[in-house]
Design a protein around this ligand. Structure first.
Ligand code: ADP
Length: 758
């Protein structure tokens, strides 16, 4: 037997095993796999034919035919190998080339079968080699196949990875080696072995991920997604659950504060409230981050007033700075368009997070808040930078800054509370808003965070916003201050009185200049006089001149007139009026005047007997955080009816205790349907709806309430979700306002003032 036969038998065994493994395995349906299966089958046939051809020695014709099949099969293998390489570089689109090559292959096979082949045998009848035109045609085309493969690899070297080109390169290498060996010893023909090695290399380099493995991966992915959902649901439930007892803790502590308890107990109550509020912040942070991770956090874009937002953020930071003695510099570019379109709630959250950190991590020096803008077409890029002279961040820690639960400079900030969630949330929010955040810091010297976010500009005239200037959110309380209204028109007096009543003035009104003069001459003292100009007999200007003749007269006099043409203000001021208000009186202008003259009064001699109180109110810029101390307020809402809707009795109890002091008449309902029933049969001035109730939640209840004919009562959403989330629901679902749980009494009062005093 030809010794080469042993190699052929080994090749046959190997290819059969390989085919067994390959064809029994689950594979993905890829083009690569399709070509490879053909290559493998042809390889098995090829080895079989080689063995058969070497075994048949007595029948030369059969041997010749088998040999010709063998050559055709080998050429077919070569062609399939070309296709495989073409697929790697060109992808699926090789149909045309395939067709051309197959036609060519048909001609060559035809030639191989038509032309003769001869065997060179030794005395024992063993074939040493073959020759003849048929063999020459085969050799030429097979070498051509090798060349084509070489060119494909060389010209597409960058496209094919080394791993993928390995079968082809080794095929060419073994071919050259086989050629050299055959020239030296024509008996030794290793071509079938070379082919088998290349086939085996394709098998090992082909992308053939196990289908089962793919299934497992996709199952694992599904399970991970489910777990993530479960985690965020759990966290959101937990947050709600934690808030429920927190509400009771904070609520009852607040109530305890109002009672006569020893000072030491007061301190402890304050500590309880502070600790609960810290816990609340942590719960909010966890809730936000889990929402972001579960892709549940929505960006809700709406029109908003940027200056009001910046003002609120600044005021909050001022409150945070408190007694710390830091210099807070606020530099806001006045070129920022008034109304922008974006998610103001999240923007506020971003700024508050960074500003809070700046205050938290700065012991002395300054915090600078700078907002500038670049306007292009209808887009405004807000560039907001917050710089501090605080502890700074080490350079190597900068890349960990935005990772969740990561707190840096641990040695320096042992006493500073925090969870390491703030900046992770900030970064995600900035990303969600397609913005950018940059941090610069020098360890020990300070840090600078710069955020840039693009917002669409809404021209003021196109805006649907009822322009609510910043001052409107402030609560001006002028209790005790005396006002004299001078107007000949009773109706005007009525309107002005209604407007002024809100600020708790003691209002007196007269219908002529003469009456006004006589009041002053009789020694009556007022904090401000609003004087109408166009009055019969004695005009406002004439009255003012007479008033000024009284030596002791120093009261600010504000001209009140329907004459609102431009230049009038200057004219009135020139006449000696202290200020000017045009009719109909604009609330904002009125508040400006009140603030201006009441604060000035304080430094002088104040007429009203509550002067010091007025000063304390006006001193502080009043906002959500900064309303005057509750103890001092006795806002009376008697006659107003409030409906509290909450399934939790403890919450209702706390809220009722808080609301009682305002003399409101309070009704309660345990669920949405009870609330709807009550609203159908009674009139309410304000409704508080708990966010989550069994059966019908706040949103559904509101939707149902809206279907009641003539329903226009303000509805406030009351819930344990994070502030940003509640704000989001207010915007989306049409609530009038929101009130977080645990209920903050200052916030509750603000809600009452905003909704009931409207
Ligand atoms: P927290 O303040 O709750 O720890 P943050 O995510 O807000 O978490 O901040 C992460 C960390 O980044 C902080 O622990 C602090 O080490 C560092 N850091 C943030 N802001 C500043 C700053 N302005 N100055 C110095 N370090 C800061």
């Amino acid at each position: 037997m030809n010794p080469l036969m042993y190699f052929s038998l080994c090749c046959l065994l190997y290819t059969v095993i390989l085919s067994g493994v390959y064809f029994t395995k689950e594979k993905i349906e890829s083009e690569e796999n399709k070509i490879f299966s053909k290559i493998l089958i042809v390889n098995v046939i090829l080895v079989l034919l080689e063995i058969v051809s070497s075994v048949i020695n007595n029948n030369l014709i059969v041997k010749m035919i088998v040999k010709k099949f063998f050559l055709s099969a080998m050429l077919l293998w070569g062609i399939l190998f070309i296709f495989y390489n073409l697929l790697l570089v060109k992808g699926k689109n090789i149909h045309f080339i395939k067709k051309v090559i197959f036609i060519l292959y048909g001609f060559v096979v035809f030639a191989i079968f038509v032309f003769p082949i001869h065997f060179n045998m030794n005395e024992e009848g063993i074939t040493l080699n073959t020759y003849g035109l048929s063999q020459t045609i085969f050799t030429t085309f097979f070498m051509l196949c090798g060349l084509v493969i070489l060119f494909i690899i060389l010209f597409n070297f960058k496209k094919i990875t080394i791993k993928k080109s390995l079968p082809s390169l080794s095929f060419i290498f073994i071919m050259i080696l086989t050629g050299i060996i055959q020239i030296m010893n024509p008996q030794l023909l290793f071509i079938t072995m070379a082919i088998t090695i290349s086939t085996s290399l394709i098998y090992h380099t082909i992308e053939n991920p196990d289908v089962k493995m793919l299934e497992q991966v996709s199952l694992a992915k599904e399970a991970a997604e489910k777990a993530n959902h479960a985690k965020s649901d759990f966290l959101s439930n937990m947050s709600h659950e934690i808030r429920t007892p927190l509400n009771a803790i904070v609520g009852f502590s607040e109530l305890l504060k109002d009672e006569e308890i020893p000072e030491t107990a007061q301190e402890k109550v304050n500590d309880i409230i502070m600790a609960s509020n810290n816990l609340l912040e942590i719960v909010n942070g966890i809730l936000d981050i889990s929402k972001i991770e579960a892709n549940k956090l929505e960006i809700i874009n709406k029109e908003y007033e940027i200056y009001a937002l910046l003002d609120e953020v600044t005021a909050l930071t001022n409150a945070r700075i408190g007694e710390k003695g830091l210099e807070f510099r606020v530099i806001i570019d006045q070129a920022i368009p008034k109304i922008l379109y974006g998610d103001s709630v999240r923007l506020k959250q971003i700024l508050i997070n960074i500003l809070t950190n700046a205050v938290k991590y700065t012991k002395e020096g300054f915090v600078e808040f700078r907002v500038s803008t670049v306007v292009k077409d209808n887009v405004c890029r807000l560039i907001m930078s917050i710089e501090d002279s605080g502890i700074g961040i080490k350079e190597e820690s900068l890349d960990k800054l935005f990772s969740k639960f990561e707190r840096l400079n641990v040695e320096k900030q042992l006493t500073i509370e925090g969870t390491g969630l703030g900046l992770a949330i900030t970064k995600k929010l900035v990303d969600l808003m397609n913005g950018k955040i940059i941090v610069q810091s020098v360890y020990g010297k300070g840090s600078k965070f710069t955020v840039s976010i693009d917002q669409r500009i809404i021209p003021v005239e196109e805006s649907t916003l009822e322009l609510k200037p910043v001052a409107q959110t402030t609560v001006v309380d002028a209790k005790g201050a005396r006002i004299l209204l001078v107007d000949d028109n009773e109706m005007n007096i009525k309107v002005a009185s209604i407007l002024l009543k809100k600020y708790h003035f003691n209002i007196e009104a007269v219908t002529s200049g003469l009456e006004c003069l006589s009041k002053i001459k009789n020694g009556e003292e007022y904090d401000i006089i609003f004087l109408d100009d166009m009055m019969p007999k004695m005009s406002g200007r004439e009255t003012l001149l007479k008033l000024k003749e009284i030596s002791t007269f120093k009261t600010p006099v504000v001209a009140l007139t329907a004459n609102a043409i431009t230049g009038m203000k200057q004219e009135y001021l020139a006449c000696g009026f202290d200020d000017y208000l045009s009719k109909p009186i604009e609330k904002l202008e009125l508040e400006r005047v009140i603030k201006k003259y009441l604060s000035r009064l304080d430094s002088q001699n104040v007429k009203g007997n509550h002067a010091s109180k007025i000063n304390s109110i006006l001193d502080s810029k009043i906002n959500v955080e900064n309303v005057m101390p509750l103890e001092d307020k006795t806002i009376d809402f008697s006659g107003k009816r409030v409906l509290l809707v909450d399934d939790n009795e403890v919450h209702t109890k706390i809220a009722t205790s808080f609301l009682k002091k305002y003399n409101l008449s309070i009704a309660s309902a345990k669920n949405g349907s009870q609330a709807i029933e009550k609203v159908i049969y009674n009139d309410y001035d304000l409704i508080f709806l708990d966010e989550i109730m069994p059966g019908m939640d706040a949103v559904k209840t509101l939707d149902n309430l809206k279907t009641i004919e003539g329903f226009a009562t303000p509805v406030v959403l009351m819930g344990a979700s994070s502030e940003a989330e509640l704000q989001g629901k207010v915007l989306k679902c049409g609530f009038s306002d929101y009130l977080g749980k645990p209920i903050d009494r200052k916030r509750l009062e603000q809600v009452l003032v905003d909704t009931l005093q409207r």
